[in-house]
Design a protein around this ligand. Sequence first.
Ligand SMILES: *Cc1c(COP(=O)(O)O)cnc(C)c1O
Length: 219
Amino acid sequence: MGLSDVHARIAKACAEANRPTDDVHLIAVSKVQPLDRVEAVLNAGHRLFGENRVQEAAGKWPDFRERFADVSVHLIGPLQTNKARQAFDLFEAIHSVDRPKLAQTIARLAQEEGRCPDLFIQVNTGEEPQKAGILPDEADPFIAKCRALDLPLRGLMCIPPVEETPSLHFALLKKIADRNGLDGLSMGMSSDFEQAIAFGATHIRVGSAIFGERVPQTE
Ligand SMILES: *Cc1c(COP(=O)(O)O)cnc(C)c1O
């Protein structure tokens, strides 16, 4: 299946980059995939998944968690502040922290609940107006703000513009992370995860290469 193929490609990319394979966490992006495909990947022993919508994750993961131990689900899509509490219950990590208001809401919930998912700050490396993420120029002060709020920052995340060379964006994200002393890098998808690994990715988000093409959604 796609999963073993992706594992082999990760091993090769890590070898070429002189990195140990267990440096790289494979997030299997299960959004929109038929449940039997997700279950097949669970049955193959994989436990780390990514979803981009709170509602969709709420509909599928509580059930899978009852049947499979040690499942971890990461939110990789935008988070509205009014869904932050629900996100606390559904996800081990949130990759889309991208504005002060959301950071403050998460900090308040963390205080109330005495726990917090791991957090990645999303950086809009391509400075695309329609895309989520803090602008590169604003990243350093925003990271400082999150630290002042005592948030558990794991690293940074980016989604490069589709029509540009992803490496430039991976390099930029790594540079921002390095100068801020962060070591988690959530970057790389089906089409470019080998390059992301070469540039230091610690969390790659791979959907279609594992599960097959997503069935197009009408919205
Ligand atoms: C859907 C999605 C992915 C996975 O995309 P593929 O090209 O199927 O690997 C990765 N990251 C984010 C943020 C996504 O929304």
